[in-house]
Design a protein around this ligand. Structure first.
Ligand SMILES: [Zn+2]
Ligand SMILES: [Zn+2]
Length: 171
């Protein structure tokens, strides 16, 4: 219909129809290959998350996409913007646990280091709480006025029973 419209090509990598600039790529592929100088990796196995393993690679530690073999720090954004999939859909399709993190390995490590550093005291505190709770059996005795009252009440009851018995005896 619009013959004189800017020519539309298919991205030579992902097949997305785009205006022909960016050297035959769509914008995101152009950015990936030409601007960042990134490359394509072997597709991960079904049910596995793969990371770029070559230490000298500028993409070392990045998560590899099951669909196109590109690798990213945060795969979730890529699968959403490039493949139009939610993390849930992606995980289901490739046999990955929904809870797994689709983030760069170093980032992941950083996060767990962070968690280690900052959650530990919290965990210790919680351990402390549970220890205190165990020791709290003493507290239980300290709180025993209630128990004391109950005991008193029982005593009273048995006393009054005694009285009753006495009364009965008198009759
Ligand atoms: Zn593309
Ligand atoms: Zn992809």
């Amino acid at each position: 219909m619009c013959g004189d419209f800017m020519s539309i090509i298919k991205c030579s990598f992902c097949g997305k129809e785009v205006e022909s600039r960016y050297n035959g790529y769509c914008q995101s592929c152009w950015r990936y290959f030409e601007y960042d100088g990134y490359k394509i990796f072997k597709l991960p196995e079904f049910g596995e998350i793969s990371y770029v393993e070559e230490k000298n690679d500028p993409q070392y530690g990045m998560v590899i996409c099951h669909i196109c073999g590109k690798a990213f720090n945060k795969l979730q954004q890529h699968i959403y913007y490039s493949h139009g999939m939610s993390k849930r859909e992606y995980c289901r399709m490739f046999g990955i646990d929904n809870k797994s993190r689709l983030t760069e390995r170093c980032y992941h490590k950083k996060m767990s280091d962070y968690a280690y550093k900052y959650n530990m005291p919290e965990q210790l505190k919680q351990c402390g709480v549970s220890t205190r709770f165990v020791k709290g059996h003493d507290n239980f005795y300290e709180r025993s006025p209630m128990t004391m009252n109950r005991l008193k009440e029982n005593k009273f009851r048995s006393k009054s029973k005694k009285c009753e018995v006495d009364d009965n005896n008198e009759k």
